[in-house]
Design a binder for this molecule. Structure first.
Ligand SMILES: Nc1ncnc2c1ncn2[C@@H]1O[C@H](COP(=O)(O)OP(=O)(O)OP(=O)(O)O)[C@@H](O)[C@H]1O
Length: 304
């Protein structure tokens, strides 16, 4: 394990209210890390502290070995941030927006043009360099923001709900760029999302609720631990099906015209299906999802 983000015993209080309560976790360098939680869980507070926007109450938060409270400038030089709401100036061109960021980060003039082209190439927007931001679609603006966050060659990219409000096609394009960045540039991606398919392709997922991390693992390990696989079977021989399910110790409920069964042992389910095949009219196998994990451990739907 080569952690690029280390959070240990992190506490953040607003007056008497504890928004983040003794949180500890690490993020592996070069990985995609998804940070999930219901509204008010403490995600933004954690991200804002990591991004040096607000200060911790206590604990240790390190990025690339640098302390986010003590070494703010050094931390800022190794992170890129894309916020939920657009922070582009719509009255300026794409290039002017990116130049402002270069000035802000003190990049030497000699590398600016080359860096802007490099960042726009990553998100396939070179041809829109001279376009006014006000003329761009929501997806294009998001791509410009990603390009902007890359200008100073960060090691960690924070993406706060990077695809919220975008259509499915644009969401999938944005993800292509994110995965490309992770794979080709070894960038660590730290994201919050309400979309479970985005959490699904992350290397690790942390679920936060009421200021605490209540689950932290790979998507597949979380699904294995917290969800049950199900299958809906419609049969012309109900007594026969129920007898078989009982024989193989598979629990079931009768729902109108079909049986809903919970299974963990696939071979047993296959035996039932194979023995009962002539009477089966319909069969739908449902694997547990990350949304089920979220529901199981927080009691809430991710979309609130
Ligand atoms: N400046 C503040 N002063 C007082 N309380 C705050 C402040 N900022 C956040 N909180 C509270 O801290 C808790 C955590 O908020 P936070 O914004 O970190 O949650 P979140 O998980 O990011 O939620 P969301 O998904 O809605 O952005 C909430 O109860 C919120 O009301």
């Amino acid at each position: 394990m080569n952690p690029i983000i280390v959070v240990k015993d992190f506490v953040k209080k607003y007056g008497d209210f504890t928004a983040v309560d003794q949180v500890s976790f690490e993020v592996e360098s070069g990985s995609i890390f998804a940070f999930l939680g219901p509204n008010g869980a403490g995600k933004s507070t954690t991200i804002n502290t990591l991004c040096t926007i607000i200060d911790k109450t206590s604990g240790t938060l390190l990025i690339d070995g640098k302390d986010v409270s003590r070494d703010r400038d050094e931390v800022r030089s190794v992170i890129g941030v894309v916020f939920q709401d657009s922070t582009l100036d719509s009255k300026m061109t794409v290039e002017e927006n990116l130049k402002m960021h270069c000035y802000f980060y003190g990049l030497p003039k000699s590398v600016m043009n080359e860096r802007i082209d490099f960042a726009l190439e990553i998100v396939d927007l070179v041809e829109l360099k001279k376009a006014m931001v006000s003329t761009l679609s929501g997806g294009m603006k998001r791509r410009v923001e990603i390009a902007r966050s890359l200008l100073h060659l960060p090691k960690v990219l924070f993406l706060d709900e990077p695809t919220t409000g975008l259509d499915p096609q644009t969401r999938s394009n944005i993800w292509e760029y994110i995965i490309k960045l992770q794979k080709e540039r070894d960038l660590t991606i730290f994201l919050t999302t309400h979309y479970m398919d985005e959490a699904e392709i992350s290397d690790k997922v942390a679920v936060m609720d009421h200021g605490k991390i209540i689950a932290f693992d790979t998507p597949s390990a979380l699904k294995q631990r917290y969800t049950k696989n199900k299958a809906d079977i419609t049969s012309t021989d109900v007594p026969g099906l129920e007898a078989l399910l009982t024989k193989f110790n598979i629990s079931f409920t009768r729902n109108g015209g079909y049986h809903s069964v919970e299974w963990s042992n696939l071979p047993s389910l296959m035996e039932v299906i194979s023995e009962h095949r002539p009477a089966i009219q319909e069969l739908e196998i449902k694997k547990g999802t990350l949304n089920d994990v979220f529901l199981e451990i927080t009691g809430k739907d991710i979309r609130g």
